[in-house]
Design a protein around this ligand. Structure first.
Ligand SMILES: Cc1cc2nc3c(=O)[nH]c(=O)nc-3n(C[C@H](O)[C@H](O)[C@H](O)COP(=O)(O)OP(=O)(O)OC[C@H]3O[C@@H](n4cnc5c(N)ncnc54)[C@H](O)[C@@H]3O)c2cc1C
Length: 347
């Protein structure tokens, strides 16, 4: 009885923008589908964006399911505004999403897939589906440096609320958007900021409203830059930095260390299901027209299709087409032409 109640034509794992967009397309086509997500709606954005961070992408390029997305001040959209937008899409379209359902096991059976999901309360929920879509994203785990002290409690990978850094000596490691934005926001919140990165100059692809300001603050000596430098060791009281050019070692007393060096894709679910993946970055191999993998009735979508991205080339705006392709493949309608979406700089 329980199994029958939880049987669906399609289950989408991942309630990020692309998983929701697929659910909307399928639902409009009359397919009985649900979405399962480990966290809240848009969990990656919810967990990894610091408060009030603005997307690089323009709001209209983040629109899903034909629901208009705009901001009061005609600016780039913030984390909070976009999460509000996603909630509205879910409610407007009536998407059936089960939040805080972390899919732990999947077994293929003769007529589909059996899933077990763990809820926030620790309960186990079982589902059966004919078709499975993995829209699980590409930022499952943080990159690590593999150095001593990396697991100390004052070492973090996400900025969180900059308020907490007031009056503290903060070392930020990384040279891309997240690290550069964190440096400015921590400094504005009253922190003493050191930025350590491996390049000669701040990466030219950093957001155009961040890079010039950061460079000015570093030139004025308000933020201390450690260019062409690597972090070698962390203790409770200090860090050891090594200059790539001179080999010189510097000991720096700090209160907090923010390692903002990116994220990695977790291909374990795909491997467990027998999906063929690229050996280099874990990206699944799939049919471009249907988003289907080598496993029958198993599709992939969104940034999960790209594996680990060193430089972001697959993001929300060039994944909208995945929803249309999957809906076409599942409901039997014509597949759309490939999108000619403009590629944005990395996030
Ligand atoms: C600071 C920052 C700024 C960014 N700026 C931009 C930008 O400007 N433009 C842009 O396009 N992108 C940006 N990104 C990247 C953006 O977050 C992704 O492009 C987007 O979230 C991808 O959508 P998705 O639906 O493919 O995957 P995700 O949003 O990552 O969704 C995947 C979902 O799958 C769920 N999931 C995974 N495994 C399981 C499981 N076993 N069981 C249940 N659920 C599971 C996760 O909880 C998650 O909610 C930024 C990222 C960061 C951190």
């Amino acid at each position: 009885m329980l199994m029958r109640m939880n049987r669906h034509e399609t289950i989408i794992i991942g309630g990020g923008p692309i998983g929701l967009e697929i659910a909307a397309s399928l639902q409009i086509a009359g397919n009985d589908c649900i979405v399962l997500d480990s966290g809240a709606i848009g969990s990656t954005i919810d967990r990894l964006f610091p408060p009030n961070t603005r997307f690089f992408s323009s709001p209209e390029r983040l629109e899903i399911a034909g629901v208009a997305c705009s901001t009061v001040e005609q600016e780039k959209i913030t984390r909070e505004e976009y999460l509000c937008y996603l909630r509205q899409v879910v409610d407007t379209v009536g998407i059936d999403i089960r939040t805080f359902h972390h899919v732990e096991t999947i077994h293929r059976s003769d007529d589909g897939f059996d899933l077990e999901a763990r809820t926030r309360s620790g309960a186990c929920r079982r589902f059966r589906t004919d078709r499975l879509v993995l829209a699980t994203g590409g930022m499952a785990r943080v990159r690590t440096l593999g150095i001593d002290g990396e697991s100390l409690p004052h070492v973090r990978h996400e900025l969180g609320d900059p308020h907490q850094y007031h009056g503290r000596r903060v070392l930020i490691v990384g040279g891309r958007n997240s690290a550069c934005e964190a440096a400015i926001r921590c400094w504005r919140s009253g922190a003493h900021v050191h930025l350590c990165h491996r390049n000669e100059v701040v990466n030219e692809r950093v957001k155009y409203w961040i890079r010039p300001e950061l460079i000015a603050l570093m030139e004025e000596g308000r933020i201390t830059e450690h260019a062409q430098t690597t972090l070698e060791r962390i203790t409770e009281d200090d860090v050891q930095l090594v200059s790539a050019g001179t080999g010189e070692t510097t000991r720096l007393e700090v209160d907090d260390v923010l390692l903002m060096i990116g994220y990695e894709h977790d291909p374990s679910m795909m491997h467990h299901l027998g999906v063929r993946t690229d050996a280099a970055n874990g990206a699944p191999l799939f049919d471009i027209d249907t988003m289907g993998t080598n496993v029958d009735n198993l599709h992939v979508a969104g940034t999960a299709t790209a594996g680990t991205q060193d430089r972001f080339r697959v993001y929300i705006e060039n994944c909208h087409i995945h929803a249309e392709r999957i809906a076409s493949a599942i409901t039997g309608t014509d597949s759309p032409e490939a999108s000619n979406g403009r590629l944005l700089e990395e996030s």
